[in-house]
Structures are given as C-alpha cells and as structure tokens.
Design a protein around this ligand. Structure first.
Ligand code: AMP
Length: 183
C-alpha cells in the first residue's frame, strides 16, 4: 500500500487554507486553490495518487463538479485512461441520469451521461472529489456510476471530515480513500 511520508503529509496540510463562515455562518471551508497554485504540493499530491492507482486497472475516473474535475482530469491523463464529469443538473447536453442529495449546506442534484462509461458492463471507475463531508454528494455520484452499468471500485478524496458520518455511509457502497483526514 502506497502511503504518504510525514513530510509529504505536512506539505499538503500546510497548502490547504481554512476560510471561516464560507459559504455561510458556521462552515469552515477547506480552500484547495492554495494547494493548486503551490507547485510542490500539487506535484506531491498527484504523484501520490498516480502511485496508488496505477495498479488498479481502472478504465475511467469520474470527477464531481467542480473541484473533482481538476484532480480527476489530471490523474486520468497520468494513468492514460478516460475522464467522466459528474455535473450539477442541467449542464450535460446528451441523455443523462440524475440523483438528488443533501449537502452540508443545502440541497442539490447531479447527473452523468448515460453512455459515459462505454458499452461494456462493469467498467472499473474511480470516483474523485476534493472533500467528503456528509457524504451526500459522493453517495449520489457512486450510485449514478453503478446505475449506468459501470462499477465504482473506490471513492478518493483529498480530505475527509472524520467528525461527520459521510465516510462510514459511503463505505457501504464502495471502498473509500482519504489522502488527509480532518478531525
Ligand atoms: P457532502 O455531500 O456533504 O459530503 O459535501 C461534499 C461536497 O461539498 C464536495 O463537493 C465539497 O467540495 C463540498 N464541501 C462540503 N463541505 C465543504 C467544506 N467544509 N469545505 C470545502 N468544500 C466542502
């Protein structure tokens, strides 16, 4: 199993900033834009994800709108596999399936193209997003992947909020990996 060294973990932790009361009072927003514009941290993260997932024989990476697109597309290119966007409702132009979910701060709905994972059944898909909180978004995304006939083999997050029950709930439908755990 590929693990981060303590030094690498510190580099990542120090590159993410907390913004209090965004987007509303009481939420501590984990801002990953300061990881993305830090070339050392972004490279540590992407190399770690590449080393972890290169032996998984994945066929696609599915990224959640919008920050999951950044990490997901970069990793898909490194692994030389396809990338599939799971988008907020109303953004995808072809035939979609959709799923409603509740957020740490509100409600939303996501969708995916029905044919996004090809014609073969059981294509191996890694789901990726920046953060798991209540798990509502990721549960809906993993459910959508499985409903298309593909198989969500793991869900990966840069951060997991372990004081909420999202990781535990999502573990009922897929394996879960969090690069950093926030408690
Ligand atoms: P949840 O469905 O509650 O697990 O929320 C996960 C989604 O909301 C992810 O797409 C995150 O980007 C976003 N999100 C939720 N809480 C936070 C937070 N505290 N900081 C940054 N993003 C968050």
């Amino acid at each position: 199993m590929i693990t981060l060294s303590q030094t690498e973990k510190k580099i990542l932790q120090n590159s993410i900033r907390d913004i209090e009361d965004f987007p509303k009072h009481g939420i501590v927003f984990k801002d990953i834009t300061t990881l993305l514009n830090n070339k050392e941290a972004f490279s540590v993260l992407m190399n770690h994800l590449y080393q972890r997932y290169k032996e998984y024989n994945l066929e696609y990476i599915a990224g959640i709108d919008a920050r999951g697109f950044i990490f997901g597309a970069a990793l898909a290119q490194m692994l030389k596999i396809g990338f599939v966007p799971i988008r907020k409702k109303g953004k995808l132009p072809c035939t979609t399936i959709s799923e409603k979910y509740s957020l740490e701060y509100g409600f939303d709905e996501i969708e995916v193209h029905l044919d996004a994972f090809g014609k073969e059944r059981d294509a191996k898909v890694l789901l990726i997003d920046d953060l798991i909180a209540t798990g509502g978004t990721a549960n809906a995304a993993a459910t959508l992947i499985n409903q298309t006939g593909a198989q969500c083999v793991e869900a990966c997050f840069i951060m997991g909020l372990t004081f909420l029950e999202g990781i535990q709930k999502l573990s009922d439908i897929t394996d879960v990996y969090c690069v950093l755990e926030v408690d």
